[in-house]
Design a protein around this ligand. Structure first.
Ligand code: G6P
Length: 470
């Protein structure tokens, strides 16, 4: 069984009451959808929107597959909207995400008061609803793979209900070092660590995040940590810690990127860009993705290198994300402002230095990858970052400018141009270095990047974890 907040599909409800089904977004869903297709497993997820809740209510026991949707075995939990909202927006996205990506502006945030206490209770209830559903549906000694920071309490809760199960948890985000993790109220921090240690196996995308988790267990819980064998002993149990990098299914991605809808976007982009060099970025508009500093770096590059005016275009795709949160809406506005300033300063009648696109379009993203001379991936901090891996698979001569704080840097660092995401001038220099990189060198580096990016496709990533749980 798999359990995750977001499921592989989402529904929109039109005014006449009709439901339309779409594929879900984000790193977690892209990775898991690949495996869920061939494995015999039940996926349990939450209803995220009114559309999802209608679909879940109409299906017997929330089983969308049994209601005739082509989803594979899928149970969608209809959690009360207010509980869901507090668990997802207030705790998971505004607190746990901020802790793991080090996003707080500490003179003002976080601010844990009585309201947070209520939000935390909803997070407990939401985790309890998952634990209950899993306990109901799991066969004897089944293996259960619980995903991400939304569900950090569920492993321990499920163990109480069903000690016969083999339970894994996987974190798709970074993990914060103890000094930063301790901004959480003490009892909340303890509950999260104990929640995860309810699993037999706790997985992370890189050794760096696994080490940070073990450091928290040692410092905060006083657990016995064996770093060589990667185990954490606490109370009467031992949890094994696993490092499982997630890569891309290269042949499947290349096949998708050769389809006619991608080809037609390719023609449109070629017309926009002409024979100019192309710097591409593709992100959801997350605070952690550092889009504003990326644009500031491009602006500094243009200021320092007038010889490139009229000869380069920056194509920035910043797709909508988590618009229920005011910080995200403000960030989206900041991205737009920054793009407009660059446009005002540098655009001429026949040159658009920066094209910003904010409406999500997967085939257009694939077309942009294929044409990129430079791919800019500069997150403040990121669990893995699959964009950094997809780019080199689709563009044989693309130079990668990559944040050293992205999990992907552990595998791609040697052949990327690594940057400190806070160093705007350093990023501007890296953009220039990437543009002038000799042809032979870019091809050699891209070949090695491609090999690293495809080394651990989702099927392998998943199979390794199942094996670790056996
Ligand atoms: C990214 C992260 C995942 C996370 C997901 C949630 O994809 O890599 O760790 O689960 O965001 O995004 P959502 O849109 O569901 O809030």
């Amino acid at each position: 069984m798999i359990a995750s907040n977001r499921g592989p599909v989402s529904f929109t409800l039109s005014e006449d009451g009709a439901l339309t089904m779409r594929r879900g977004g984000g790193g977690l869903v892209s990775g898991l959808s690949e495996v869920a297709r061939d494995a015999e497993l039940l996926w349990v997820c939450a209803a995220l929107s009114d559309g999802d809740r209608s679909a879940a209510r109409l299906a017997p026991g929330g089983r969308l597959d049994e209601a005739g949707y082509d989803t594979g075995p899928l149970r969608m939990l209809d959690i009360a909207p207010a509980v869901f909202h507090r668990a997802y927006n207030a705790v998971a996205n505004s607190t746990l995400w901020f802790v793991s990506h080090l996003l707080y502006n500490t003179p003002f945030t976080p601010h844990f008061d009585g309201r947070f206490q209520r939000e935390w209770e909803s997070y407990q209830d939401y985790n309890g609803a998952f634990a209950l559903a899993l306990a109901e549906d799991a066969g004897h000694e089944a293996r259960v793979m619980i995903q991400d920071y939304h569900l950090s309490l569920a492993p321990a809760m499920l163990r109480v209900e069903r000690p016969d199960l083999r339970i894994a948890h996987f974190s798709h985000t970074p993990w914060a070092p103890p000094d930063y993790f301790s901004v959480l109220p003490d009892e909340v921090g303890v509950e999260i660590l104990e929640g995860l240690l309810g699993a037999d196996h706790a997985g992370f995308l890189t050794a760096r995040w696994a080490d940070a988790f073990m450091d928290c267990c040692e410092t905060i819980l006083g657990a016995r940590v064996d770093r060589a064998s990667r185990t954490v002993a606490y109370q009467d149990r031992t949890t094994r810690i696993g490092v499982h990098a997630l890569g891309v299914d290269g042949p499947a991605l290349r096949a998708r990127a050769a389809e006619p809808d991608v080809e037609s976007h390719l023609q449109v982009i070629k017309e926009q860009v002409g024979d100019r060099r192309l710097i591409v970025r593709i992100d959801r508009t997350e605070l952690s993705k550092n889009i504003v500093r990326g644009m500031a770096a491009y602006r500094e590059f243009l200021a320092e290198h007038p010889e490139w005016h009229g000869k380069v275009v920056h194509l920035a795709f910043a797709y909508p994300s988590r618009h229920d949160l005011p910080e995200y809406r403000e960030y989206t506005a900041a991205v737009q402002r920054c793009a407009k300033e660059i446009e005002d300063e540098y655009a001429t009648d026949d040159w658009d230095p920066l094209i910003l696109n904010m409406n999500d379009d997967y085939p257009r993203s694939l077309a942009a990858y294929r044409l990129a001379d430079v791919l800019l991936v500069n997150p403040i901090r990121d669990g893995m970052n699959l964009v950094a891996k997809e780019g080199p698979i689709l563009s044989p001569r693309c130079a990668l400018v990559l944040s050293r704080e992205a999990g992907a840097a552990a595998e791609l660092g040697a052949d990327a141009l690594l940057v400190n995401p806070f160093d705007v001038s350093g990023t501007a220099t890296a953009l220039h270095d990437a543009l002038v990189m000799p042809e032979q060198e870019r091809m050699t580096r891209a070949t090695r990047l491609r090999a690293a990016a495809t080394a651990l496709p989702p099927q392998r990533w998943f199979a390794d974890q199942l094996h670790a749980l056996a």
